[in-house]
Design a protein around this ligand. Structure first.
Ligand code: ME8
Length: 514
């Protein structure tokens, strides 16, 4: 396979249970990975857990557990989440794995050898929650700009000469306008770099839960240098026997939340420049979810468990909602009413009814067989089919810009067109007057459903598999290379009586009785 695509989610701190924010980032990667695979790319989709540092060490201590045992347990929750939410990651990395420590130490040595790291001492603020250093000028009312508590740190530390990379970074942003998305966030990064970069402390001595610095075991590496390196570890950087680096690096996309863009768009490219390693092609920062209008936080007790959500509304329904409801890149609000509106409106009414109406008519009126492709088409047939076939290019463009909501909106416009076409053509009336035309109309609709459902597979894999099964589309005919008239449906026996795939949300009994 000639085309490859490497995308990564952040690796998650194992200080807590996975919540909706973690699920959201990985879900966005999952739909993109699935989209690219269906579009003929060899994909590597990486996720995993970030297990070192003071924050994790502290959580382990709070739980009265040795850090390794603690991280083994919590990391497993994140691994389980990938199965529970049907994520298709190709690798799951843990920063406590030997392969990762080797890469970190290899990189450290390269940076030392090339003169990018020097020994000094750090004196300043540190926020354990963010695992970030803050300058005096950034502290507001004794807190970090993120609201995290800060502590004063004074200790020997190695520094990375970040200050030497400001101009190179700015030149890179300038020459690669797509390097950071969305644009508003790109502008924030550019102004931050323009304001001047200080050298970065990249080792700690006041605790030991980290990758040891080579030849100076009093120091452990700063958790962000360790964590960012995971993207190289997973493609076997520095390991001659691993062919992944040649195939997959530079990464096509690092997907991150807006809070960690600075690390990915400033520190990481600077480290890579220092190593003479090509930079990733793009870093995209998504927004944050609130719950019924409120910031999500443990202390407010309103943390959303994605597995619970999938149980209540259905997994594919949740996946669809998260990507359709909020323009990707913006902040968004989760609410029960918005979720049920999407579930009942877009899914049960628009898509669900279209499929169920059409497929049951075929089952009842065409001897349980998808009709043969018509010899001639009317203008209306041609117009609807053309709009469906045009969707692939439109979706490619939107997926490459991580505009998942726009891709879905565009697909739903064709679903609306198809529903209008059903009403206008009234195949139920044709049954008595012109059975041949009825069969042609139903074929056109089945073909449009085929195209739409093939394109929706990345977002709703399970439901789409069921629909394609009902349409008798073979498993090996579900890739995007089949989205052309040359691969259109041919007469085929339907395997089973069609059943509705998208249920409406049923209110709890007590709510109904209100
Ligand atoms: O930052 N809405 O890990 P993390 C949307 N280990 N996204 C949210 C969110 C919310 N309410 N809350 C959190 C780390 N997130 C580092 C990453 S990568 C080399 C190291 C997102 O466990 C957040 O934006 O804090 C981020 O992308 C991820 O969850 C943070 O995970």
């Amino acid at each position: 396979m000639s085309k490859s695509y490497y995308l990564t989610s952040p690796i998650y701190y194992v200080n807590d249970k996975p919540h909706i924010g973690h699920a959201y980032t990985t879900l966005a990667c999952d739909v993109l990975a699935r989209f690219k695979r269906l579009d003929g790319y060899a994909v590597k989709f990486l996720t995993g857990t970030d297990e070192h540092g003071q924050k994790v060490e502290k959580s382990a201590a709070d739980n009265n557990m040795p850090p390794q045992k603690f991280t083994d347990e919590v990391s497993q929750n994140f691994r389980d989440l990938t199965a529970q939410l049907n994520f298709s990651n190709d690798d799951f990395i843990r920063t406590t794995e030997p392969r990762h420590k080797t890469t970190c130490q290899h990189i450290w040595q390269q940076l030392i050898d090339a003169g990018h790291i020097y020994l000094d001492s750090y004196k300043g603020w540190y926020a354990v929650r963010d695992e970030a250093y803050y300058a005096e000028s950034e502290i507001i009312d004794g807190k970090a700009p993120s609201g995290a508590s800060v502590e004063w740190v004074e200790e020997p530390s190695y520094f990375f000469r970040l200050s030497a990379f400001g101009d190179k970074l700015l030149a890179h942003y300038e020459q690669n306008p797509n390097f950071i998305g969305p644009t508003s966030r790109r502008n924030e990064v550019v102004s931050f770099v323009k304001s001047g970069l200080h050298d970065l402390s990249v080792s700690r001595t006041s605790f030991s839960w980290g990758v040891p610095v080579p030849n100076d075991e009093n120091h452990v590496m700063y958790v962000w240098l360790d964590a960012l390196t995971n993207y190289l570890t997973a493609v076997g950087y520095g390991d001659d026997k691993n062919a992944d680096y040649a195939q997959f690096w530079p990464a096509d996309l690092h997907m991150v939340g807006k809070d960690i863009l600075r690390f990915h768009a400033i520190y990481w490219p600077a480290f890579l420049m220092a190593l003479n390693v090509p930079l990733p092609k793009r870093v995209y920062a998504h927004g944050w979810w609130t719950n019924e209008g409120q910031k999500i936080s443990k202390s407010l007790g309103n943390v959303i468990d994605p597995v619970e959500l999938a149980k209540i509304y259905g997994l594919d329904q949740m996946r669809y909602f998260l990507l359709r409801e909020v323009p990707f890149g913006n902040d968004g609000d989760f609410s029960h009413s918005a979720m049920t509106q999407r579930m009942n409106g877009d899914l049960a009414n628009d898509l669900g009814n279209l499929c169920q109406r059409v497929l049951s008519m075929v089952w009842k009126n065409c001897t349980e067989t998808i009709p043969p492709k018509p010899d001639t088409f009317t203008k209306a047939d041609e117009a609807l089919l053309a709009r469906a076939y045009a969707l692939l290019d439109a979706c490619r463009k939107e997926y490459d810009a991580q505009q998942f909501h726009t891709a879905l909106k565009t697909i739903w416009e064709v679903i609306a067109d198809a529903n209008r076409y059903v009403d206008e053509m009234a195949p139920w009336a044709l049954r008595k007057t012109d059975a041949e035309r009825m069969a042609d109309v139903l074929w056109v609709l089945c073909e449009v459903i085929r195209v739409v459902v093939i394109l929706l597979q990345p977002v709703m894999p399970q439901s789409c598999a069921k629909l394609l099964e009902q349409l008798a589309v073979a498993e090996d005919a579900r890739g995007f290379d089949n989205l052309t008239p040359a691969h259109a449906l041919t007469a085929a026996k339907m395997p089973t009586k069609p059943e509705p795939i998208f249920p409406r949300y049923i209110q709890e009994e007590e709510e109904q009785n209100d």
